[in-house]
Design a protein around this ligand. Structure first.
Ligand code: HAM
Length: 428
């Protein structure tokens, strides 16, 4: 009987996995350079952690089950709630601001399509303990730089602040529950269109609906802020956005103010942002984040936090579309004993190469020179043939691309190969 993998999951072949690792390590370096430190949390959590504040959308998509002890368990759909749970239990006393990052798999029971999976990977950060605009700008800059470091260029950054819509909703005395529903609907505007939003908004009057629709259709550079101010009267919040964009300029980052960015998760309270890559089609959002309040809800002291998560798989799809996938340039040396008598020497040479950090393989089937074909098939860049020449202390090194062969002193082989391979991009 043959088995298939569960819907919405993927297997990764070695080349693809290597490309993912290279992109991962390039992105990881950016997080580290910004002074963030990696943490990890479990792949499954108690159901209540997400039921509390993540929002209806996420709850619908949870992979939830009872474990053998009859506990309600979920596979994590995201990492902000787990990180804040961990922060409240173990990190509240650490010096602030606390800079954390993570890379891990997440699970959402969604309709699979290109760029949308049931198991996917998120690269994210949480900056905990500062409420300053330079903190928010740093988080946005980190997101942009990390995606760029992976090799993606076709990016658009959109920023908003939930305080603007909230002010207008509060002015209209809309209940917290109804506000949340409206935010979710606005978050989906690109997919559902304006009409369902208008219908909901008109319940609070035509003038109100027109005002909100005018606001959420505003999109552009610094010039749209004045208009947003006029419509909303949310002067302080607009000033905040202006400050954030000034800091972003220092990072060389341009943003679009787009007041339809509302975010699908319920825990956001302030600045929100999304990064898109329009080459991705329907699932074009490569990153989402913002400022939120969760610590208090989880029994901790109230603390200002800002973070984001990058959809790592979407970044990889984008790299493919942009023809910017990392090249696989690692050398591989294949050591070939010409017959059974030379097996021990071949193994000894292989061991020396490996100790020196050179990626090396050896013919384990004693196929003699026939294994040159195999060496080629597994992508060896050079082969070392161990045969009769060893009597004179020599081995034959064959360049697998050109076919050129050279005799090299056996005791200088590690030096020769290391020199010939040059420096390789490190990733782990
Ligand atoms: P999110 O917008 O739900 O935010 O997810 C972040 C990113 O994960 C999305 O922009 C998208 O690229 C990727 N993503 C989401 N669902 C899928 C899927 N089914 N398949 C592939 N990629 C997907 C969060 O998760 C928040 N925790 C971000 C955050 C951190 N906010 C503050 N701190």
């Amino acid at each position: 009987m043959q088995f298939t993998r569960p819907r919405g999951t993927r297997d990764f072949l070695a080349d693809e996995m290597e490309r993912r690792r290279i992109a991962e390590s390039r992105m990881r370096r950016v997080f580290e350079n910004f002074g963030y430190r990696e943490i990890a949390t479990p792949a499954f959590e108690h159901l209540e952690l997400f039921a509390e504040r993540s929002g209806e959308e996420i709850i619908k998509e949870l992979y939830a089950f009872k474990d053998k002890g009859n506990r309600d368990i979920v596979l994590r759909p995201e990492l902000t709630a787990p990180v804040m749970r961990f922060y409240v239990s173990d990190m509240q006393r650490l010096p602030k601001p606390l800079k954390l990052y993570y890379f891990g798999n997440c699970f959402r029971y969604e309709e699979p399509q290109s760029g949308r999976y049931r198991e996917f990977w998120q690269f994210g950060c949480e900056l905990i303990g500062t409420d300053k605009p330079e903190g928010e700008a740093e988080v946005i800059a980190l997101a942009m730089e990390a995606v760029r470091a992976a090799g993606s260029k076709n990016l658009e950054l959109c920023i908003s602040h939930l305080g603007i819509l909230r002010k207008l909703f509060d002015d209209a005395e809309i209940s917290a529950e109804d506000q949340r529903n409206l935010m979710r609907l606005i978050d989906k505007m690109e997919k559902v269109g304006e009409e369902p939003i208008r219908i909901e908004l008109e319940k609070y009057g035509k003038e109100f609906a027109d005002k909100i629709l005018e606001l959420i259709s505003l999109s552009g550079g610094i010039e749209v802020l004045e208009k947003a101010k006029e419509i909303s009267g949310a002067d302080e919040v607009i000033e905040r956005l202006r400050e954030i964009s000034k800091f972003l300029e220092m990072y060389g980052i341009k943003c679009v103010f787009d007041f339809s960015v509302a975010r699908g998760l319920d825990y956001y309270t302030g600045m929100v942002f999304e990064i898109y890559n329009d080459l991705l089609g329907a699932e074009n959002q490569v990153c989402g984040g913002g400022t939120y309040a969760l610590a208090e809800l989880f029994g901790g002291q109230s603390v200002s936090s800002t973070g984001f998560a990058i959809g790592f798989d979407r970044v990889m799809v984008a790299l493919e579309k942009e023809k910017a996938l990392p090249e696989l340039k690692k050398d591989l040396i294949f050591v070939i004993p010409v017959d059974e008598r030379h097996r021990y020497k071949a193994l000894e040479i292989t061991a020396r190469l490996r100790t020196a950090g050179v990626r090396s393989d050896v013919d384990l089937m004693c196929r003699g020179l026939k294994s040159l074909k195999h060496a080629d098939a597994v992508g060896a860049t050079r082969s070392i043939i161990v045969g009769g020449e060893i009597e004179n202390g020599k081995v034959v090194v064959r360049d697998m691309k050109t076919g050129e062969q050279k005799q090299i002193d056996e005791n200088k082989i590690v030096e020769f190969i290391s020199g010939a391979c040059g420096r390789q991009e490190e990733y782990a």
